[in-house]
Structure formats: C-alpha cells, structure tokens
Design a protein around this ligand. Sequence first.
Ligand code: SAM
Length: 263
Amino acid sequence: MTMGFSGEVAAYYAKYRRGYSSQVLDVLQAALELDANDVVLDLGCGTGQLAIPLASRVRSVIGMDPEADMLRLAKESAAREPAQNVTWVLGSDADVPDLGTLLGKNSLALTVIGNAIHWMDYRDLFVELRPLCRARGGVAVIANGTPLWLQDSDWSRALLGSLERHYGRKLEATCGTGTHDRIRYAQALHEAGFEDVQEVVIEQRDELSFDQIIGGVYSAMPVDELPEPGDRADLTERVRQELGPQTVFVEDIRVSVLVGRVE
Ligand SMILES: C[S@@+](CC[C@H](N)C(=O)[O-])C[C@H]1O[C@@H](n2cnc3c(N)ncnc32)[C@H](O)[C@@H]1O
C-alpha cells in the first residue's frame, strides 16, 4: 500500500526530518515507566525517528508503517545503530486488532505515534489499544513541532507564500499539530478509557540551513506532487530567492507529547 511517503519522498524523510531529543525520550520513559522488560509499538514509525532511539531503553520495539519504502530506510538506519531489537512490520492502524491478537492483552508498555495520528482512525485505534496496554502503560501522541511553512517567523511566512503560489491553493492543514487537534486527541484518549491524560510540552530551538528547509518541504509532499527533478530545481531556486540571502533559519520547536495511561 502506498500512502504518499514512497520513493524519493521517503529518501527526503530519512535524510532531512528532525528526530527526537533525548528529553522527549526521557518524558516517554518516565511517563510510562519504561524498562528493559518492555515492548513498545511505534505506529506510523516512518524511517525510525522514534523506534530506533527507543530501542535502547526497552526489550523490544515494533516499528509499524504501511509504507514499504519508509520501512526499508528505517531498517537501513537501524543497521547502523545498536538497535537490533526492532521488528519492522508493514501495516497501518487498521492492522492493530490483528497485532493485538498476536501479542495478547497487557502486552504493550507504550504505543507511540509521532506525527502520524492525522492519517489514522484515531477513535477506534485508541479503543483497540486500551486492552493491549500493560499496567501503568499507555499511548503517547507526539507532534514534533509545526510544519515548516506554518510557523510564526518571517522565513516561514515567505515559505508559505512560495508554496501556495506553487500549488495554486491555500496550505492550511496542520497535520495533527494544532491546538484543536491536540484537544480532540486528548478527548478521544479519555473516551477510550485512558486515565490521567496529559500534555507535556518541550520547547526547543534549532538552526536550519536552506537545504534542511527545502529537504523538509520535499519530505512532506505526497510523492505524486513532488515536482520532476528539473522543475524541482526551479522551485528550489524560487524558494531560495523568496527566503532572501540569509543562510541560517531559526526554528522554535514546540514538541507536544500527549500521554494517556491505564491504571
Ligand atoms: C510524517 S511520517 C511520521 C514518521 C515518524 N513517526 C516521525 O515521527 O517522524 C507519517 C508516517 O505515517 C505513516 N502512515 C500513514 N498512514 C498511516 C496509517 N493509517 N497507519 C499507520 N501509519 C500510517 C506514513 O507511511 C508515514 O511513514
């Protein structure tokens, strides 16, 4: 099944998407009391941004994603790390009931969903996950910042203008990162029987190069909207012109970790 994160988009994702700081991993570890006996599911694992660093903190991680190209690159990254305890599984949120039958009740310390919940039928998913959680385990829904073109900075507004001219339409989708999205997910966790639902926010700052910005943009385009190489070079050049002569772009990143736990 391809969802748009295939081919060159997957390659841009692996190369340019920001990973998660140790602070974020510490929050997950503390909130769900993760230890070396635990099994974690990273649903919508992409190229392994969470699955790989989590692997050193638990017994085993299942990295699950419906996009074969993302999984292939995740596997390649894991081979370069001490992360041999990740099992990569081709599947989506719709496959969680079958995974649950395989694993059994109370088997997962944590299901983490990073920048991927907006693709999922999250209400049904949370209900399916609830009985799979071990005691004091749960679900973490993470938003790793705001899309590069929707931020409160001059360069981000210039980027938005450039991309909207390119697409000929408004780009407003927040991809699950907006305040309203977070409230919806928190409510759904609560309704599915998770207790103690809370949001931990981690503020970070990064300095991006132009290549990181444009690479990040291409990592977020559906593969059928990624321009052909010649047109891509033109678009890259237009964006470069419109962002101006600066070479360093400061990004203030708000990482939201929404955690629902069971007793
Ligand atoms: C933006 S990437 C996030 C990757 C990684 N978790 C991260 O935090 O960077 C979204 C991922 O969700 C996957 N995805 C799309 N639809 C999905 C679904 N219904 N169930 C599970 N994963 C899905 C995509 O293939 C893609 O790899």
